[in-house]
Design a protein around this ligand. Sequence first.
Ligand code: NAD
Ligand code: TYD
Length: 349
Amino acid sequence: MNLLVTGGSGFIGSNFIRYLLTETDFNGQIINVDCLTYAGNPENLSDIEARFSDRYVFVKADIAHQEEMAKIFDYYSIDAVCHFAAESHVDRSIAAPDAFIHTNIFGTYTLLELARKRMHHIKRFHHISTDEVYGSLGKNGYFSETSPYQPTSPYSASKAASDHLVRAYFYTYGLPVTLSNCSNNYGPYQFPEKLIPLMILNALAGKPLPVYGDGRNIRDWLYVRDHSAALWTILENGEIGETYNIGGNCEIENIRLVEQICGIIDNHPSLGFDTSRKDLITFVTDRPGHDRRYAIDATKIMADLNWAPKTPIEKGLRETIDWYIENQEWIDRVISGEYRNWIEQHYHF
Ligand code: NAD
Ligand code: TYD
């Protein structure tokens, strides 16, 4: 299998590639196409690139660039696609939606068209999406694969559009697609703009921990390794045309989650702060259109594909916090912007 992974230098994509090459019996080749936005950091996979030089290749390209992507499909004889590439941060989509339309909608369309034109060759096109396409839940209920689409942010609206396009290519052209909509991921290599890595880094640095609104919004947290396992299961056994919701079965109010992170850092044996990190919690102005609650009903993937989330939140948070503590150089390079220089030094595009 020549598997095109888009957005493989980002958070989930890089964890997935690492998982596939080191923890599964996948024996094909991975072609990671990423245009390296601020969120793309090929340093995440530098060890993998050295260790699997015969089975892993990185190509810098914009998924919305039709000619470049056509060359990649043909040169590498792509026969399956796992599509992660996206603009992924809600706050950025509120400030500047353009890139979200470009990558999430036009980029996905471009890939679909290229795959459709090579339909004799393409065995699967898997599209990674979010539970945010379903909008916001009230106190009760869960998102299932049949929940209506009600996106509320430019990010979720652009992902909803991409989901509709992917399904349209299945119904109209018979493209062999699968889709997955997952809940909030966390784990190593996450860019420190999302809640969990931002709180960890600020807590370690003694900076304020900005909690939006009343802090009572609820997310369903999924450890990125469990997500990777779910994706591999879908790639192997997911039924063509089907959508699978992937959740962590782990709903928590933001404020409780931030307190839990503070508690782990307060009691961390290698740290020894003399005041509680909870003193840094600062309530700030709410995000506009802030969805109140997300929660996934993952019954379908559990029943049909025998997948279940394995990592309890306490364990996942401890591993994640340890990873950030042990990878101070990665943090320094990301925060200072130096990782952009690393890209220049290691690749000559
Ligand atoms: P990320 O922002 O960490 O990484 C996105 C990657 O895509 C980056 O490496 C970036 O350089 C690349 N990219 C962006 N535009 C591109 C373009 N035009 N061409 C090529 N590459 C491009 O995102 P993530 O958190 O790893 O999310 C991956 C996927 O999972 C996205 O589709 C996102 O919508 C979805 N998702 C994420 C979460 C989450 O909690 N992070 C939850 C649900 C769904
Ligand atoms: P985020 O990680 O941006 O993911 P998403 O918006 O896609 O769910 O945010 C998770 C939750 O944390 C969300 O309810 C917004 C909140 N939040 C804060 O309270 N403070 C912050 O600094 C950030 C980034 C998020």
